[in-house]
Each structure stands twice: as C-alpha cells, then as structure tokens.
Design a protein around this ligand. Structure first.
Ligand code: ZN
Length: 93
C-alpha cells in the first residue's frame, strides 16, 4: 500500500470532494450520501518532500500504512531539486 489523495465528483448532486487514503478506493458523497464513486484522479503521496529550514527531507509512507500515512524520513537533501530527483528516480543513488 501507499498513500493517495483521491479526487471525487458526485454525479447525483454535483459535489466535488477529496480524501486521503491508503488506496484508490471508492467513496461516499459527503453531501447526499450517494455511494460507490470512483476517484476521478489520484495523487500519489507515498513520497513527499518536507522543507525544514534549509533542509529538504524525503518522507515515505511505508507499506503498512492504512488509516494514516505514518511517514518516515528516508533521506535529506540541501535542495528541493535533489529531493524531487530521488522521488522521480525511486531509489537512492
Ligand atoms: Zn452527492
């Protein structure tokens, strides 16, 4: 598993909402209760960049995340570019 922010749209009442979860699962409309809406789009938040002072840390949501991301830091960089490169490449070099 991983961590995602899912974007939904209800075809019954037109509500848009988003939710963060450990999978791209269907959700229930928060306005009218209509069910089984699949996400229109999902952002992968399994790996994110956290900026602290001049340090850019890469955080990863571990495989056992289920109800919250449980991020752990996997690396630190001096620039956002280097941190982003790790996420794109998917491995430490
Ligand atoms: Zn609705």
């Amino acid at each position: 598993m991983a961590w995602y922010r899912n974007h939904y749209h209800c075809g019954d009442c037109g509500t848009d909402w988003e939710d963060e979860w450990s999978c791209c699962c269907d959700d229930e409309c928060p306005e009218c209760g209509s069910r089984h809406w699949s996400p229109l789009a999902s952002e992968d938040l399994t790996e994110v960049i956290a900026e602290r002072k001049s340090i850019f840390a890469v955080l990863r949501s571990p495989a056992h995340a289920s109800d919250r991301p449980r991020y752990t830091q996997i690396a630190e960089f001096s620039s956002r570019e280097l941190a982003a490169k790790l996420i794109v490449d998917g491995e430490l070099t």
